[in-house]
Design a protein around this ligand. Structure first.
Ligand SMILES: O=P(O)(O)OC[C@H]1O[C@H](OP(=O)(O)OP(=O)(O)O)[C@H](O)[C@@H]1O
Ligand SMILES: Nc1nc2[nH]cnc2c(=O)[nH]1
Length: 183
């Protein structure tokens, strides 16, 4: 279980972004290459741990939520809502401010109707800035969040509600250390 995810995380390269030790991994960066077996392992475990009760849409954030969201959508047949970094000015679009440990930007939520029951999945949770922005946008749109799952949880983070993580890591200048896995 999680064999490919754990071994690839423990051997992945690092770069420095200001004060932030940034790990580079296929799930969270798409580079150097996304192996189907790794993506499949992640997708199968996501299906196993998520609560899909009544869920009508899967919500992900551009860019690195997209490949895991697509994998989940293809397996479950649940439509995918991609929160974009570009605005479309469609009626009902919700603009959000996103802040991470190394960047700031805007996100734009479309395609959610009041009363939609959704799950949110993302590649990484670190400061929680992105997830809190998604939760805020979904609340404004009137959605009910059934479950939240991140593939990689980096350190401790309170997002104001429970969430699940496939693996929990710590990062320092020497690299990624896997602390725990789901179950
Ligand atoms: O918990 P946080 O500190 O918010 O960090 C997590 C977010 O950081 C990354 O997104 P990023 O904005 O770097 O964009 P990308 O997906 O386009 O790489 C990642 O995909 C998460 O969405
Ligand atoms: N790839 C990658 N994505 C992140 N998102 C938040 N922190 C990180 C990180 O260290 N690496």
């Amino acid at each position: 279980m999680f064999k490919k995810l754990v071994s690839s995380l423990e051997s992945c390269p690092m770069v420095q972004r200001g004060d932030y030790h940034y790990f580079i991994h296929p799930v969270s960066d798409g580079v150097p290459i996304v192996e189907p077996a790794l993506l499949r392992e992640v997708a199968v475990e996501m299906v196993r741990v998520l609560d899909f009760t009544g869920v009508k849409k899967i919500v992900v954030a551009e860019a690195m939520g997209i490949h895991i969201g697509v994998a989940l959508s293809l397996i479950t047949d649940i439509p995918l809502c991609i929160v974009r970094k570009r605005n479309y000015d469609l009626p009902g679009e919700v603009a959000l401010h996103q802040s991470t440990g190394y960047s700031k930007g805007e996100l734009y939520l479309n395609g959610i109707e009041a009363g939609d029951r959704v799950i949110i999945v993302d590649d990484v949770l670190s400061t929680g800035g992105t997830m809190k922005a998604l939760l805020e946008g979904l609340a404004i749109a009137g959605a009910e969040v059934q479950d939240v799952l991140v593939v990689i949880k980096r350190g401790e983070c309170d997002i104001g509600r429970p969430y699940k993580a496939l693996v929990e890591i710590e990062v320092d200048e020497s690299g990624v250390h896997v602390k725990d896995t789901f179950f």
